[in-house]
Design a protein around this ligand. Structure first.
Ligand SMILES: [Zn+2]
Length: 474
């Protein structure tokens, strides 16, 4: 497998540090507001990475943090007149709900910044001891960028070219130094500070990721990921402080590109109309996932109603095939799907720095072949095509018969199949009743299905059914 390393700026072979195991740290949400589609694009991109690594037999530890204290959370909660932790918790839940709706598997660990202050303080003490950090007059602690010759290595910037403009009066030795620890200000709310050897205060933003990556993944790990906008200063600073502490830190950096709307990077004003909830008012979650996952993760994704409609049409074609294949040969179980090898061309595309758009082209080719087999009523070929299409969709997190797309029902092909058999039996009885012109009985059978949440539509080819609010129809 080859991945683009944004530190070396080249696509290179990915070799896990330990055979069979991969450790990934992904910068998660700052829970200061509702999740928008830019946030979930990142989560989906890395979800696809993890699924592909898992499919290749690798045991992945994914750590995705939650930044639950920072300036924005303190400011916004103060404006709303609620405690900062209540504000953070509310949006943490919104993020988790969005991830769940979009089929993003939970990470192995999801540490919160506020739960790791001890680890941060230990790291900062180590940096002070090693001469890479110092305590300012007011009790804040800063990373001394001039003490670390490799500062700027991730983003290939020379220290002398970095801006030296001061945002506010500061006790920094150099304006380019960044805060590891912020001394409590009189404007900070109660409970937003912790005791340290330098007095009470709260963490700077960058230090939490270094401390948490170290705690859960060790001194050196395989992949660090996040949105491209985090590369500087956040990731540059993470890397500087971790390596200055003597840790190897990450072996490879992966950054997903932006989502743009009308050619502009999603901003706060645009973002408000493109929260996950707002977009899902007009479209299905699986279609949004398709739209956000289909574009190569390093390419800017221009989001519009047109792109969502195109994804909807592509999804209809794929899920329509799966539906008709299940009608003819029944649903394969999850185990059968997971046990089917993906086509070589799909694997090659995924191994090529997760080229999902090329991988989807392979899915569509197999859907075409499957549709031909359906037209010929070739059951063996339809079964093979169902297995291949669904095993590829499973890697991309969009198998229509897997959670969460099957609604609240069991994610199990066997349960699907059992339901299908029972509904078909009632429908067959209804056909019989109609043939006998026993309309009362035919209506009663239909009502029985309706009462159970099954929607029946009569069509020239016979009755089709679906679960109300679900996705799978026959
Ligand atoms: Zn981070």
């Amino acid at each position: 497998m080859r991945l683009y390393d944004s530190a070396t700026r080249e696509v290179r072979d990915f070799v896990p540090r330990e055979p069979g195991r991969v450790g990934i740290y992904l910068c998660g949400a700052t829970v200061q507001g509702a999740p928008h589609i830019g946030h979930v694009r990142s989560a989906i991109a890395f979800d696809i990475l993890v699924r592909w690594l898992n499919r290749n037999g690798l045991d992945v530890t994914l750590v995705r943090n939650i930044t639950d204290i920072d300036d924005k959370i303190l400011n916004k909660s103060a404006e709303a007149d609620v405690p900062w932790w209540a504000w953070a918790h509310r949006f943490e839940r919104e993020f988790n709900r969005a991830y769940e709706m979009l089929g993003v598997a939970p990470p192995t660990y999801e540490p919160r910044a506020t739960g790791h202050v001890t680890e941060m303080v230990e790291l900062i003490e180590m940096l002070v001891e090693r001469g890479h950090a110092y305590v300012g007059d007011a009790g804040s602690v800063y990373f001394d960028v001039r003490s670390w010759g490799k500062y700027g290595e991730l983003t290939r910037q020379l220290l002398e070219n970095l801006s030296t403009v001061e945002e506010e009066a500061s006790d920094k030795r150099d304006p380019r130094d960044f805060a590891l620890w912020k001394a409590t200000k009189s404007s900070d709310p109660d409970g937003a500070s912790w005791p340290t050897p330098w007095g009470r205060g709260r963490p700077g933003w960058h230090v939490e990721c270094s401390a948490m990556a170290h705690k859960y993944l060790g001194e050196t790990f395989d992949i660090h990921g996040g949105g491209i906008d985090l590369r500087f200063p956040h990731h540059e600073n993470e890397q500087a402080q971790s390596r200055a502490a003597g840790w190897g830190f990450t072996n490879l950096w992966m950054h997903n590109a932006w989502v743009t709307v009308g050619g502009e990077k999603m901003s706060k004003s645009l973002g408000n109309s493109l929260t996950v909830d707002a977009v899902l008012e007009h479209g299905e979650a699986v279609v949004l996932r398709y739209a956000l996952g289909a574009v190569h993760y390093r390419s800017t994704l221009e989001f519009s109603n047109t792109s969502l409609d195109e994804s909807g049409a592509a999804w209809e074609r794929i899920s329509g095939f799966v539906q008709r294949a299940v009608e003819l040969v029944g649903a394969l179980t999850r185990e059968e799907v997971a046990g089917t090898d993906v086509p070589a061309a799909f694997a090659a595309a995924m191994d090529d720095d997760l080229n999902v758009s090329a991988a989807l082209a392979v899915v569509h080719e197999h859907v075409t072949a499957g549709n031909t087999a359906l037209a010929a009523q070739d059951r063996a070929q339809v079964r093979t095509a169902q297995a291949q299409v669904r095993t590829m969709l499973d890697v991309l997190g969009i198998d229509p018969l897997a959670q969460p797309w099957v609604g609240g029902r069991a994610a199990d092909g066997a349960a699907e199949q059992a339901l299908g058999v029972l509904v078909q039996a009632v429908l067959a009885e209804r056909v019989q009743a109609r043939a006998e012109k026993d309309w009362a009985r035919a209506d009663a059978l239909r009502e029985r299905l309706t009462a159970a949440g099954i929607v029946v539509e009569d069509s020239p080819g016979g009755a089709r059914w679906s679960v109300k609010g679900g996705t799978s129809g026959r």
